[in-house]
Design a protein around this ligand. Structure first.
Ligand code: B12
Length: 280
């Protein structure tokens, strides 16, 4: 992780270095010291402070984020449509630094942009490659954002989840995992095309408090029943959440399975595991 000097962070957010040093000394920003006694701040800690304090980034280049400025004025869908990976990374980071949560970004601009791009194939052949290129740019940007999230401690609650067999969609399950990590849950994302037997094996190994299934491709009824049985067999202590555009294709599910539409709602379920009192 990159280390910043107090001067770099001060200039990046447009405050004096002496104010910044004072905040470090007051414990508002965590810092380490060099052998010579100089304060050093991890980039991730700098991001946390910027978000928590509502500071604006006036010199993103000092945080190695020059693309943040470039992407400010555009719509996310247009950046993706152009296949601009760096722009997409900057776009998401700019909003993240302004204080939006991963769940808000996923339920809002990411979802809206991908749904709009999903209509392009109807118009002509090039729509398909534009959609595929956009998906790749979006995946890069989302993975970069994932690198910015602090990993929950090893004592934090654990969640395991996936998308079913022949469901090839990477973004939804990845965004589920990130929304949980952001509220302090350790998330093990098995990703797309996961057989229910593999999901069950991972659950046996991790003994998670939460299991999710993200369904984007419609499930045929025999396969849906197999996943439903797999979920039904999980220990009573496990919370089960299903979501995704085609979650209804899972058919009837036991009452203990929560159907959740948005990642904002899912994050609230996750936060309830981290601070059980908040669940009531
Ligand atoms: C990218 C994409 C692909 C890529 C996927 C690449 C990859 N590796 O991820 C590829 C090229 C593989 C693909 C293939 C196909 N695709 Co496609 N694809 C899309 C597209 C454009 C984006 C999907 C996406 O990532 N969305 C972004 C996520 C974040 O949005 P979301 O899914 O709505 O998720 C939100 C919520 O549902 C919720 N959520 C999701 N999961 C979960 C889980 C939990 C637990 C919770 C709480 C919430 C939750 O949170 C998210 C944020 O709000 C969609 C368009 C669309 N409308 O989504 C079409 C779309 C889904 N595809 C479609 C089609 C038809 C296909 C193909 C059949 C095309 C073909 N003829 O081959 C194949 C089928 C592949 C398969 N076997 O599954 C149709 C589906 C129509 C339908 N209803 O059946 C769509 C809707 C496009 C369209 N408008 O026609 N596709």
């Amino acid at each position: 992780m990159r280390l910043l000097t107090t001067r770099e962070l001060a200039d990046a957010i447009g405050v004096s270095e002496s104010s910044l040093k004072r905040w470090v000394d007051a414990g508002k920003i965590a810092a380490t010291r060099t052998e010579g006694g100089h304060r050093r701040i991890e980039l991730g800690e700098a991001m946390r402070f910027i978000r928590a304090s509502g500071s604006s980034v006036v010199r993103p280049d000092l945080l190695d984020l020059p693309e943040v400025t470039a992407a400010r004025s555009k719509r996310f869908v247009d950046v993706l449509r152009a296949g601009d990976s760096a722009g997409a990374r900057g776009w998401l980071l700019a909003r993240y630094l302004e204080g939006r949560t991963v769940a808000q970004l996923a339920d809002g601009p990411i979802r809206e942009a991908m749904h709009e791009l999903g209509e392009l194939w109807r118009h002509d052949e090039s729509g398909i490659y534009v959609e595929h290129r956009a998906t790749d740019a979006c995946l890069h940007a989302v993975a970069h954002l994932r690198g910015m999230l602090s990993e929950p401690p090893s004592t934090a609650p654990v969640a395991v989840g996936a998308a079913p067999t022949e469901d090839l969609y990477l973004l939804p399950s990845q965004l589920v995992a990130m929304s949980l990590v952001e509220v302090g849950v350790q998330a093990v994302n098995l990703g797309p095309d996961t057989p229910y037997t593999a999901l069950a094996a991972a659950v046996a190994e991790y003994a998670p408090q939460l299991v999710w299934l993200s369904v984007t491709a419609p499930l045929a009824s025999a396969r849906a029943r197999a996943y439903a049985r797999c979920l039904e067999a999980l220990p009573d202590s496990v919370q089960i959440v299903v979501g995704g555009q085609q979650a209804s294709s899972l058919g009837a599910l036991p009452p203990r399975v929560k159907r959740v539409a948005t990642l904002g709602q899912l994050a609230a379920v996750g936060a309830g595991l981290v601070t059980p009192a908040a669940a009531n």
